[in-house]
Design a protein around this ligand. Structure first.
Ligand code: NMX
Ligand code: MLT
Length: 429
C-alpha cells in the first residue's frame, strides 16, 4: 500500500503545515461565542471540532475534499475512501493498488464464521454487525504494536490505516453473512475476488438483478460514507479512537450511535412508516390521506422519520441523488411514489408545527434510501442501517487516520453543573 500511504502522508503533512501556520498566526483568535442555549441544546451549531475528511454546508450539503455530490456520486466506494483519506481521487494505478489491498484482506478469520452463525436469533442486525466488529478487535495491528512499545506517536496513523484496510475489506462479507444466515436463513455466498466492493456486496447478498443492484450498492456506499465530524456516529467513533482505543473499538462504538432512530436507524423506521401508510390506505394514498396521517403522527408525539436535520437547511442532496437513481431504475415502484408524495406534503406541515420550531422541514437521506433497497429485494427493513453502517465506517476510519496523523490529542471537553451556570451568570450579567 505504498502509493496510498505516500498520498495520505502528503495530505497529513499539508494539513499539518496549515495548522502550524494557523496556530502561529492566530493562537488566541475566538471562533465565536458559546451560547447557553447551545450548551444545553446538544451543542447545535457550535464550532468545536475540526474534521478534514468532509464538510456539510447547510445549503449545499456534503462536500468531500472540494467535491460536491454531483462530482463524486458516480465513483466507486474505493475511490471515495481514497478521497476521504488522501484528499484526492486515485489515478488508475493507485486505485488498482487499493482494490488489491482490499482483496488480500477480505477473508474472515475462521472463528468469525462460527461467531456469526451462533449470534442469537432475533438480535437486531445492527447489534450483530457491531458485535462482529468488536469480535475482531484482537486483529488490531495498532493495538499489538502499541502494547509492545514498537511504535512512536508519529506512526500511529500508519498502523491505524493498516487496521482500516483490514476492517473495511471484511465488512461486505460480514454484513452479507448476517443478512443471509440470520434474515433469509440461507447459506452465505462466497466473496468473489474479481468484483469491487459494491459488486461483491450485491453478489453476496444474493439479490437480483445483480448488475443494477451493484450500481445501487456503489451509490449507497458512496453517499453514506461521511458527513463531517459532529454527527453522533462519527463523533462517537473519533472520541473513542482519541483514547487510542483501536479502530475496531471505535467503529463498533460509532455504529452503536448510528443504530439510534434519530440517526441511522431512521432509514428502517422510514420504510416501516411508508409500509404502514400502504397498509392503511393502499399503495396509492392521496395527498389528503398522507396529510392526515402525518398530522396524526405528530399529534401523538412522534417525529416524521426522514425529515429534519441538525445542520442541513435544504433538501439533503443525498436524497436528491437517490431520487434521480430511483427515477432512472424504478420510477413506478409504489414506495417511491409515496416518497414523492410525502415530499410534497410533509415540509409544509412541519413548517407550521410547534410554531415553526422545526429547523429544517425537508427530507434527509433516510427518507428514500430504504425504498431503493426494497425495490432490489432487500425487504428486511431492519437490515437497512447495517448498509448505512458499512459505508459510514469508511468515514470513521478516514477521520481517525487523519486525526492521528495530525497528532490530535484525546478529546475531553469540560462539563459544568447548573450551579456553575447560575454562579457564572450571576457574576457576568
Ligand atoms: N418530525 C417531528 N418533529 C421534528 C422533526 C421531525 N422530522 N424534526 C425536528 N423536529 C422537532 C424536534 O423534535 C424538536 O422538538 P422539541 O424541541 O420539542 O424537542 C424541534 O423540532 C427542533 O428540532 P430541530 O432543531 O429542528 O432538530 P434537531 O437538530 O434537534 O434534530 C433530527 C435533528 C434529525 C434528530 C430531527 O430533525 C429528527 O428527529 N428527525 C427525524 C428522524 C430522522 O430522520 N433522523 C435521521 C437524520 C439523518 N441521519 O441519517 O442521521
Ligand atoms: C449523517 O449522515 O450523519 C446524518 O445526516 C446526521 C448528521 O449529519 O448529523
Amino acid at each position: 500500500m505504498e502509493l496510498l500511504k505516500n498520498n495520505v502522508k502528503k495530505r497529513i503533512d499539508f494539513l499539518g503545515e496549515e495548522i502550524s501556520v494557523l496556530l502561529k498566526e492566530h493562537p488566541d483568535c475566538s471562533l465565536g461565542e458559546v451560547k447557553l442555549k447551545q450548551v444545553l441544546g446538544g451543542m447545535r451549531g457550535l464550532t468545536a471540532l475540526v474534521c478534514n475528511t468532509s464538510f456539510v454546508d447547510p445549503y449545499q450539503g456534503l462536500f468531500i475534499s472540494n467535491y460536491a455530490i454531483p462530482e463524486f456520486e458516480d465513483k466507486l466506494p474505493e475511490e471515495i475512501f481514497y478521497l476521504l483519506c488522501a484528499g484526492k481521487f486515485p489515478d488508475e494505478f493507485e486505485l488498482e493498488e487499493l482494490k488489491e489491498e482490499f482483496r488480500l484482506r477480505a477473508e474472515l478469520p475462521h472463528y468469525m464464521w462460527s461467531f456469526i452463525r451462533n449470534l442469537p436469533a432475533g438480535m437486531h442486525p445492527m447489534t450483530m454487525f457491531s458485535m462482529c466488529i468488536l469480535a475482531m478487535e484482537g486483529l488490531s495491528v495498532f493495538k499489538r504494536k502499541y502494547a509492545a512499545g514498537e511504535i512512536s506517536k508519529s506512526e500511529f496513523w500508519e498502523y491505524t490505516l493498516e487496521d482500516a484496510l483490514n476492517l473495511l475489506a471484511k465488512l461486505p462479507t460480514i454484513a452479507a453473512a448476517i443478512y443471509r444466515i440470520h434474515l433469509l436463513h440461507e447459506e452465505a455466498i462466497a466473496y468473489n475476488p474479481s468484483l469491487d466492493l459494491g459488486g461483491n456486496l450485491a453478489n453476496m447478498l444474493g439479490v437480483n438483478p445483480r448488475i443494477s443492484c451493484a450500481e445501487l450498492m456503489r451509490l449507497y456506499l458512496v453517499l453514506h460514507c461521511d458527513h463531517e465530524g459532529g454527527n453522533v456516529s462519527a463523533f462517537t467513533s473519533r472520541v473513542v479512537n482519541s483514547a487510542l482505543s483501536n479502530l475496531y473499538y471505535a467503529a463498533s462504538a460509532g455504529l452503536n450511535g448510528l443504530a439510534g432512530p434519530l440517526h441511522g436507524l431512521a432509514n428502517q423506521v422510514c420504510l416501516k412508516f411508508i409500509h404502514t401508510i400502504h397498509e392503511h390506505f393502499g399503495e396509492s394514498p392521496s395527498t389528503n390521506q398522507l396529510s392526515e396521517f402525518v398530522k396524526e403522527e405528530l399529534n401523538v408525539g412522534r417525529v416524521i422519520p426522514g425529515y429534519g436535520h441538525a445542520v442541513l437547511r435544504v433538501t439533503d442532496p443525498r436524497f436528491t441523488s437517490f431520487m434521480e437513481f430511483g427515477n432512472r431504475h424504478c420510477p413506478n415502484t409504489p414506495y417511491l411514489q409515496t416518497v414523492k408524495k410525502l415530499y410534497h406534503v410533509v415540509p409544509d406541515i412541519l413548517k407550521s408545527y410547534k410554531g415553526g420550531k422545526v429547523a429544517n422541514p425537508y427530507p434527509n437521506v433516510d427518507a428514500i434510501s430504504g425504498t431503493l433497497l426494497y425495490h432490489y429485494g432487500i425487504t428486511h427493513f431492519d437490515f437497512y442501517t447495517v448498509m448505512f453502517g458499512i459505508s459510514r465506517t469508511f468515514g470513521f476510519c478516514a477521520q481517525s487516520i487523519i486525526a492521528l496523523g495530525l497528532n490530535q490529542p484525546i478529546i475531553r471537553p469540560k462539563s459544568v453543573t447548573n450551579k456553575w451556570l447560575k454562579d457564572y451568570l450571576e457574576k457576568t450579567e
